[in-house]
Write a new protein. Structure first.
Length: 268
């Protein structure tokens, strides 16, 4: 755990510094910022708007808290997933409409307005998934994985561990799902690590770092592309902004995994 905690603090600190430097630059010169679907002046005006917190507002906020408590209980106790979670939030929306004494038509209009905001993101998610289906059904991914793992066998142990990050990053492009990627690669990577003298925890660490870093830049990640669509930020614009941070993260990840392989990280 100690290594992961140190890595978390380091990554988090660098992320804060990266965002803070950009924020200060834009604060000094708003023309340097990119606002997507928003504008700097509009956002500032909205932030300055004074809103009175009424009893109804407090009740609604309380309902939000109860909703998340029920959500956590359902996920942990009954293994709820997308269908149950979506139903829970839909029910919350109806209850809020009743508490706020909003008419049925207004509730429906509000729901449709909110749904229209994520429609573009939903289409992007479907398109990204279609790419993965073609690659999976055509057995293309299995072939790529086979030759990628074979390449690692001829690399020294420390470099081999670092190579796992790049292999996982490539695979992450085609399989952005963390659980799906783990199910596909771990049955091969773990035995390979055993043969090469790399601890299993180092292998899992390489997978985790590659998957996490890829989730904020790879265009095949559905929810990531949906978030960009909601904000009105083109992927190419995002890449130009985030690539220095990605390089820093990858450098730290490679050094960490190489040191883990060198010192035999983990009890197994």
């Amino acid at each position: 755990m100690w290594l992961r905690l140190i890595l978390f603090v380091l990554m988090y600190t660098i992320a804060v510094i990266f965002v803070y430097r950009y924020a200060m630059k834009v604060k000094k010169n708003p023309e340097l910022g990119y606002y997507g679907n928003y504008t700097a002046n509009t956002e500032l005006n909205e932030m300055k708007t004074e809103i009175t917190l009424t009893t109804t507002h407090k009740v609604i906020l309380g309902l939000f808290i109860v909703n998340f408590i029920v959500l956590a209980f359902g996920v942990i106790r009954y293994e709820w997933f997308i269908t149950e979670i979506a139903s829970l939030f839909l029910l919350l929306g109806v209850i809020i409409g009743v508490v706020a004494r909003i008419g049925v038509h207004d509730v429906v209009d509000g729901f449709l307005k909110g749904a229209s905001g994520v429609l573009a993101g939903a289409l992007i998610v479907g398109f990204a998934r279609a790419i993965l289906v073609v690659l999976e059904d055509g057995n293309t991914i299995d072939t790529m994985l086979y030759y990628a793992v074979g390449f690692l066998e001829n690399i020294p142990t420390e470099l081999n561990a670092a190579g796992m990050i790049f292999i996982q990053s490539i695979i992450n492009f085609f399989i952005p799902s963390g659980s799906g990627q783990a199910a596909l690669t771990m049955p091969i990577m773990i035995p390979l690590a055993d043969l090469l003298g790399i601890t299993r925890q180092t292998t899992v660490l390489a997978f985790t770092l590659a998957d996490g870093i890829g989730n904020i830049i790879l265009p095949t990640s559905g929810y990531f592309m949906a978030a960009l669509a909601l904000a009105g930020i083109p992927w190419t614009k995002w890449v130009r902004f985030i690539w220095p941070f990605i390089l820093i993260q990858l450098t730290i990840a490679v050094i960490t995994v190489m040191l883990s392989a060198w010192f035999g990280y983990g009890p197994f």
